[in-house]
Design a protein around this ligand. Sequence first.
Ligand code: URC
Length: 325
Amino acid sequence: MLKLPCGRTLYYGKGDVLVYRTYARPLEAPPIPESPYSETRNVIFAHNVKFAVSGEALLTSFTEGDNRQVVATDSMKNFILRQSASFDGCATEGLLAFLAERFLAVYPHIDRVELSADRIPFEPLAVPGPGGFMHNDLVYRPSHNDHASAGMEVVRSEAGGSAIASHWCGLSALQLIKVSGSSFAGFIRDEYTTLPEAQDRPLFIFLDLLWRYDDPEDALRPEKGRYVPAEQVRDIAHNVFYEFATPSIQYLIWLIGQRLLTRFPQLAEVRFESNNRTWETVVEPAGGGAPGVFTEPRPPFGFQGFSMTKDDLLALRDDVPGESA
Ligand SMILES: O=c1[nH]c(=O)c2[nH]c(=O)[nH]c2[nH]1
């Protein structure tokens, strides 16, 4: 939330700016055990950008209707679209920092920019090649699965340049279903309890994951080899889900957080927002691997929020369940 130094909230901007940039630089990242991911070719580097600005000079536009210092939000949209052509990087975080820095350089009366973007993923499709089917670099389809996201606040610095005041990176709208190997039991039973204990439930979760680096430069310069790709975060999440029999979503996200902070020591914090979409049982399976029938759960839905830092790794106990799915 953008504020003036006096503490007053003041911002305006444009949302849903759709930027379909083609042929950005490919992003490469070192492999991790949980993921086959090694690069994003970035032939289509597409984002939905939200962009807001703040500054003392804008106060009279609110209090007096004085538009002399107002950059029209339509012009902001054009700025984002045209400047995206000059972006020489390969990741969402770099694009945001680039746009904010350029904007602050062009408009000296603007002091702060808060911006975020959802990546719009496009998947390459396979075509026959000399050695079998291979990905092509021309025809794609949009993916409606999870996507990377990022946000930051960039402020004019004393030295005349700009600095990142805060940042976050994310994987949004991950949806995972584990058909067997999840329980939920042992919770409080009182006069309000109707939910039966479940020793083995088909656990469907919606998950948003957020992370912050110790040093945001690691996000801005993937060539340093310390960039955390959202694809690897996604693969850690589904691997941990696969590996462990979990007693609750609360404990599942703790385990995912442990793995993320272990695998990526460059991260200062990870955060989760989960949503419980466990399928409703219609025909109970007779046992593991037996057929069952389930249907969509009815609202209202439960949710969990949790943040973890590296200090939580120090608390890692020997008794983290290692039971395989
Ligand atoms: O993993 C879960 N955690 C809960 O807190 C909860 N509450 C509930 O009704 N179902 C679940 N599942």
